[in-house]
Ligand binder design. Structure first.
Ligand code: HPA
Length: 247
């Protein structure tokens, strides 16, 4: 039974070193997850791996069945979820391809099904989301990245936008004014759904590009994103290798 799950984002579709035991096809009351859970042993611990965009990256951020993904992990017995997200950097420290461990979220998404608490309720439920990420898991990630001297930024506010397009300069200016440090499309409702199911959830972000208007290039190219993610995800793999045995 895997206690730990890793949700892979853009650039992380598989885990090197994962000795695969089996693949679990899960069905949930909310539909199908992004793919089967890949169950394996990573550095001596059993983990479940799920790439949120599907195997082959076919599901865009606004079409991901976040409810099914988190439900499937809970159903499988997972207690801790490490989410990996590619993001754009807004504030000065958020240079590509840095690793960032965010501590806050602002949700700008719309039209995404974002709760399990909407039908057949005996009472209305409001979860506490003051601190959106799980304290213990987040601090284990922080310890691991410090031990590896990865120069990760600890503490940042993650703006989740709807996508799939990238932002305009004016939108990024607004996000910065709102206090956001980085921008991605998959942080929500994943984090709040995990909280609704009482799962411990924390994120490792990799800066793929400067957000619109923040870099010295006129436009953001997929090539730039790819190159930075290739480099950044190698560091994420190193981090996971060091972190997993401590969990
Ligand atoms: N904006 C939103 N999501 C992203 C970005 C960005 O600039 N880069 C990677 N994911």
């Amino acid at each position: 039974m895997a206690d730990i799950a890793i949700i892979g984002g853009t650039g992380l579709y598989s885990l090197k070193g994962l000795e695969i035991i089996n693949k679990e096809v899960m069905h949930t009351p909310y539909g199908e997850p992004s793919g089967p859970l890949v169950i394996g042993v990573l550095h001596g611990k059993e983990v479940a791996f799920l790439p949120r965009h599907g195997y082959g990256h076919t599901i865009p951020p606004h079409k991901i069945n976040y409810r099914a993904n988190i439900w499937a992990l809970k159903e499988y017995g997972v207690k801790n979820i490490i989410a990996v997200n590619a993001v754009g950097g807004i504030t000065e420290q958020m240079a590509p391809p840095r690793i960032i461990i965010p501590d806050q979220i602002v949700d700008y998404t719309w039209n995404r099904v974002n709760t399990y608490f909407e039908e057949g309720l005996t009472h209305v439920t409001h979860i506490d989301f003051t601190h959106p990420y799980c304290h213990d898991l987040r601090h284990k990630i922080i310890d691991a990245t410090r031990e590896l001297n990865q120069g990760a930024v600890i503490g940042a506010t993650y703006a989740t936008t709807q996508g799939p397009r990238l932002e305009t300069i004016a939108e990024v200016t607004r996000l910065e004014r709102d206090g956001c440090d980085l921008v991605g499309m998959t942080g929500m409702p994943e984090a709040s759904l995990a909280r609704e199911l009482d799962l411990c959830y924390a994120a490792i972000c990799v800066v793929a590009n400067w957000a619109a208007g923040k870099g010295d290039q006129a436009e953001i190219t997929m090539k730039e994103i790819e190159n930075n993610l290739n480099e950044g995800m190698e560091e994420v793999r190193r981090l996971l290798e060091h972190l997993i045995p401590t969990l």
